[in-house]
Design a protein around this ligand. Sequence first.
Ligand code: GDP
Ligand code: MG
Length: 168
Amino acid sequence: DMEVAIKVVVVGNGAVGKSSMIQRYCKGIFTKDYKKTIGVDFLERQIVINNEDVRLMLWDTAGQEEFDAITKAYYRGAQACVLVFSTTDRESFLAIESWKEKVEAEVGDIPTVLVQNKIDLLEETVIKNEEAEGLAKRLKLRFYRASVKEDMNVNEGVFNTTSNACNQ
Ligand code: GDP
Ligand code: MG
């Protein structure tokens, strides 16, 4: 019985909620001050697709994205990508296209989803709905609004799509 493993990279500006999202999906928890465990490159979760056991490995960074210092090793072999921006951070939204280009430059065109996180802070939004939808359309990406904090659209949305896309 061959084991299938899928490497998923989660990219976007610092503080948009990437580490929280990975932790939510793999451990089922949300903590206000998540600190990356030193020496751990990814967390994983075992799932079943079409009766097959699949290991989703979600790669995290140790904050190198803030210095634009993510190494090639981070992207190497990635089979799916989650692009994340935050409802309350316009810079993070404007940076999405450049993140997509970085991933593409390393691993080509892989299944990718766009995620607007922190939708629980919608009252403080700095991004119009039509802007976010327009970007998703232009980049031809499936788009999710999520709240890692409120556990909205992480399990049944983002990573569900990611794993299904890899299985086609
Ligand atoms: P990263 O730098 O992209 O890995 O972001 P982190 O996961 O470290 O999260 C940055 C901050 O945003 C932390 O204080 C998190 O608790 C907070 N955060 C993450 N997701 C959410 C969310 O959905 N809603 C709210 N309100 N805060 C969030
Ligand atoms: Mg992080």
